[in-house]
Write a protein that binds this ligand. Sequence first.
Ligand code: ZN
Length: 418
Amino acid sequence: MRIVLLISLSFSLQIVAQTARVIKFTEQLCSPEFHGRGYVNNGDSIAANYIAKTFQEIGLKALNGTYFQSFSFPVNTFPNNMEIIIGDKKLTPGVDFIVDPSSGKGKGTMDFQTLGIDELYTGNFNLLKIDNKKMFYFSNVNYKGDTIKKVKENLVKIAKYAPVIEVVNTKFTWSVSGKVYNFPFIQVQESVFNNSFQANSSVIYSIDAQIKNHTARNVIGYLPAIKKTKKTIMITAHYDHLGRMGAATYFPGANDNASGNGMLISLAEKLKTKRLKNYNLLFVAFAGEEIGLLGSMYMAANPIIDLKSVQFLLNLDIMGSGEEGITVVNATLFPEEFTRLERINKDKNYLVQIKKRGPAANSDHYFFTQAGVPAFYIYTMGPNKHYHDIYDTYYELSFSAFGNLSNLLEEFLRNFKQ
Ligand SMILES: [Zn+2]
């Protein structure tokens, strides 16, 4: 029964080369008990402990007696109330509305106020005339991208004086912030109103926001080479995500980046079973990525091993699809390594495409590249477009290229030049 179950699980995920541990580990990181691996209910800390425990089970060692590296930063959080009623409609968080990551707290029953597009575009209006007893409302749709951006900037200024609702008609993309406005800033989907919104109706809202100083932990597992050496290769993936937006709503962060941690574990298992001869391996699950690459920035500035001994860094972020292959950031900086990756892929026919990209500050490789450590950042491409929204769930992951990509990366590491 157990064997049958494992086999069917493996096939359904198309990660035949993977173990039960990798499957369970990835699913677990996305579960409600991990609270979106953010800053409500200690989500990121629960994840850090779970990753360290898994590192230990696989047989990765602690460095200097610990699996952790701690650092602190301010973060705005939404632990409790997240309610909006417009007219007679109670809005669903994450579906009908999100709050800006820097939204302030507040509650009340209010009428609406607004301004014209010209004033909001130019910023030519008197902020002191904004009434803090009324909800500021603006429908920021049907404009060009540049106009929408300028209007948004002025709406943010208004959020210092009154609560704001910005109506949008694009996909919600949430984030996390270390600062907080004076008043709530809410984005509402245009579809909520069904063309029936009346500016003379009112809004009832209750948004709780709390800014706090948070201590997060990078998680580190060490695997020495067979030969004694200082030369080390780092394999990294951030485990933090956006956490909870109110008590009832969480962002699972499956593709971003439970999937990358799954790949980290998959590589750790294989490389522990048959260790590299000439390179130590340092597996790092970074914290604080979504708030601005803070975990990797901290480690690059406070390295736990001499960065000069790091021969290469492989950063994995968004590993859950792959129907359209992968993209390699920094490929143009390190053409020799890129050519080698391409050659292995051609020989073995692992992925349909390996796309080349230049440097970009879009994940945890960035500060290491700046510090002179050669690095690739790899992400998978495919039809799954759920990103920083409540739909980025474990069940949406195809793992289409997971097994083959794991094999490709393993061979890339085993063939690393001396
Ligand atoms: Zn990410």
